[in-house]
Unconditional design. Structure first.
Length: 424
């Protein structure tokens, strides 16, 4: 059909099978995160543009070219959220979650929006599950967050995700490193892509993250942050690694993990899987002890965001098919249509998923429809069955067809109690 209105580029419709997968991942995440004491929050999809401009930082890809920004009817500049951390911190500072004392442990899920070049695993509207621990600065928090993430992949049956960790230092040691990196970059400037040449002044750490092959080559021999860490940062990072090891979480130190966002400090990490190809990151996160200051507050924090579409691509769905109907109830004769409705409602009251024909089709057509719905069994109700209080049950997987009394049927399929003495 040639229709005249189509979805916006990079914005996808998520059909029933994929929605089931997203839902499954979200439900599992909710269960898993709650084992560590995290609680779900829901945050706005629209925020003042300034929140991201400050909270994510000028010079990042997101702020420079990926945001969906527009003015509302009052002329206020709003942005569709490209990520959740800035909002979570804003909510923490604004909503007084800090007043509850201790570390605020929260998570959220929902759509994020970035104006990117759409390709496999990269969309303009995509879904993230984000988790944040705000109010704790110690390395044990980092280790718990990374452990939780790593275990989540195991729980989802994805065992080939690798956890890469790095430290980005703090305001006392990063500037020294930054200068050493800038000196190095200026020496190799003619080998860098035009984007990276610009990054030397705006956000030099981002050059480490550039995917352009010639930039990667030029970066061979570049100084790494780790050898510039101050004593406190060094101690923090080794404690994180020590606790991860004690927890049995395998991680690899990768100096190339820099994150695009300026507010990150100390621990940064990524979960990658080779099966994803170029878009290899399935989750990424880190510590953001200097994000709150951008909003006039003061609170350390650490968190991650996981890409739901990318995790769904990695999971084995064959063994977790989306559920279909338990029964299809077919009417063999016009007189059995009303009894079919009644039977279907009784089954639904017993929490069975039931389909019936709503178009008054022939029995043959109903059987065809039943097959298409994927129902495990068809129940056929005709004049004979109504007279004798029986049902015909056809099992689609075995092909067997049997006649049972209605009572027997409800007992064996709906767990209704066996008749006690004196009944029937
Ligand atoms: P990438 O390097 O793939 O652009 P990123 O560093 O921009 O990722 P983050 O901002 O850290 O990504 O987001 C965390 C996760 O969200 C990513 O690891 C990925 O799984 C997912 N993600 C990010 N951008 C997209 C997108 N445009 N489409 C689908 N998933 C995405
Ligand atoms: Mg990106």
């Amino acid at each position: 059909m040639s229709i005249s209105i189509r979805a916006i580029r990079g914005f996808r419709d998520i059909g029933p099978d994929e929605a089931y997968r997203h839902r499954f991942i979200e439900d599992q995440a909710r269960d898993h995160f709650s084992l560590y004491g995290y609680r779900e929050v829901r945050l706005p999809i629209l925020e003042p543009t300034e929140l991201f401009a400050r909270g994510i930082g000028e010079g990042t890809d997101i702020v420079e070219k990926e945001m969906y920004t527009f003015q509302d009817r009052n002329g206020t500049s709003l942005t569709l959220r490209p990520e959740g951390t800035a909002s979570a911190m804003r909510a923490y500072l604004e909503g007084g979650w800090s007043a509850q004392g201790g570390i605020a442990k929260i998570f959220y899920h929902g759509p994020m929006f970035r104006y990117e070049r759409p390709q496999k695993g990269r969309y303009r509207q995509f879904y993230q599950i984000g988790l944040e621990a705000i109010g704790g600065a110690g390395p044990l928090v980092d280790a718990e967050v990374i452990t939780l993430l790593s275990r989540f992949f195991n729980k989802m049956g994805v065992d080939d995700v690798r956890i890469l960790v790095n430290s980005l230092g703090c305001p006392s040691c990063r500037p020294v490193y930054r200068q050493a990196l800038v000196d190095f970059l200026e020496g190799v400037e003619e080998d860098l892509c035009s984007n990276c040449v610009r990054r030397i002044t705006v956000n030099p750490l981002r050059v480490l993250d550039c995917k352009v092959p010639s930039c990667r080559e030029a970066m061979d021999g570049a100084p790494g942050m780790l050898s510039f860490l101050c004593a406190d940062c060094r101690e923090h990072f080794s404690k994180v690694q020590e606790v991860l090891e004690a927890a049995g979480v395998v991680s690899t130190v990768d100096p190339g993990i820099v994150r695009g966002l300026d507010y990150y400090s100390r621990t940064a990490f990524e979960a990658v899987c080779d099966r994803l190809g170029a878009q290899s990151a399935v989750a990424a996160g880190g510590r953001y002890d200097f994000l709150a200051a951008e909003m006039g507050g003061d609170a350390p924090g650490i968190g991650f965001a996981l890409g739901v579409e990318r995790l769904a691509m990695l999971m084995d769905w064959e063994s977790r098919p989306s559920p279909s109907l338990d029964f299809f109830v077919a009417a063999a004769t016009p007189a059995s249509r009303t009894p079919v409705l009644r039977l279907a409602e009784r089954l639904r009251a017993a929490s069975k998923a039931v389909g019936i024909d709503l178009e008054e089709k022939s029995l043959k057509a109903q059987m065809r429809q039943a097959g298409k719905t994927g129902a495990a069994r068809v129940i056929i109700l005709g004049d004979d069955e109504m007279r004798s209080g029986t049902l015909q049950i056809r099992d689609f997987t075995t092909g067997n067809q049997e006649t049972v009394t209605e009572k027997e049927f409800f007992r064996s399929f709906c767990g209704e109690p066996s008749p006690t003495k004196g009944e029937s």
